[in-house]
Ligand binder design. Structure first.
Ligand SMILES: NC(=O)c1ccc[n+]([C@@H]2O[C@H](COP(=O)([O-])OP(=O)(O)OC[C@H]3O[C@@H](n4cnc5c(N)ncnc54)[C@H](O)[C@@H]3O)[C@@H](O)[C@H]2O)c1
Length: 147
C-alpha cells in the first residue's frame, strides 16, 4: 500500500512523514516543491529508508501529479503543501493564491480523476486529507484537525 503526502518537507508535513513511517510499513511518496519553507534536513533521518520516495515538484503540476498517482496507486492523499507564512502573504499574496487556492484545486482535480478510475471498493476506501488553517477546521467542527 502507498500514501501520497504533499508538503512533506515542511514543518507539519515532515513531522507527519516521520510519525507515519514509524507506525506504518508502507511506501510514502512525498511531493514537495521545496520553497523557502521546505527543508530536506527535516527528512535527513529517513536517508536510506526505501519506503520514503521524495519528489520535488508542484501540487499544481497536473501532469506530474497524475503520473505519480498512476504509478504509485496511493490509497490516500495527505495534503500539507501550502504557503503558510502569514506575514509573507501581505508582501506577496500571489504565491498564496497560486498554491493554496489554485494549486489545491488542481491537486483535487487530479486526485478526483484518479479516484474515478478505481474499483468500487478502492473508491470507498480512498481518503483525501487536507490540513489547512486550524481555525477553519475548528469552525467546521470537523475531527480532521491536525493538532
Ligand atoms: N504550523 C502550524 O502550527 C499549523 C497548524 C495548523 C495547520 N497548519 C496548516 O498545515 C499546513 C502546513 O503547515 P506548515 O506549518 O507545515 O507549513 P510550512 O510552510 O512549514 O510547509 C509547507 C510545505 O509546503 C511546500 N510547498 C509550498 N508550496 C508548494 C507547492 N506549490 N507544491 C508542493 N509543495 C509546496 C513547502 O516547500 C513546504 O515544505 C498549512 O496549510 C497550515 O495552514 C499549520
Amino acid at each position: 500500500m502507498t500514501v501520497l503526502v504533499t508538503g512533506g518537507a515542511g514543518f507539519i508535513g515532515s513531522n507527519f512523514v516521520h510519525a507515519w513511517l514509524a507506525q506504518h510499513d508502507e511506501v510514502l511518496v512525498n511531493l514537495d516543491k521545496l520553497t523557502y519553507a521546505g527543508n530536506l534536513r527535516n527528512l535527513r533521518a529517513l536517508a536510506g529508508d526505501t519506503r520514503h520516495h521524495f519528489v520535488q515538484g508542484d501540487i499544481g503540476d497536473t501532469s506530474l501529479v497524475s503520473q505519480l498517482l498512476a504509478t504509485h496507486q496511493p490509497r490516500a492523499v495527505l495534503h500539507f503543501a501550502a504557503e503558510s507564512h502569514v506575514d509573507r502573504s501581505i508582501h506577496g499574496p500571489m504565491d498564496f493564491i497560486q498554491t493554496n487556492v489554485v494549486g489545491t484545486f488542481q491537486l483535487l482535480e487530479s486526485v478526483r480523476a484518479y479516484w474515478a478510475g478505481l474499483d468500487d471498493q478502492a473508491k470507498q476506501d480512498f481518503r483525501f486529507f487536507a490540513c489547512q488553517h486550524r481555525r477553519g477546521l475548528w469552525q467546521l467542527g470537523t475531527r480532521r484537525a491536525c493538532l
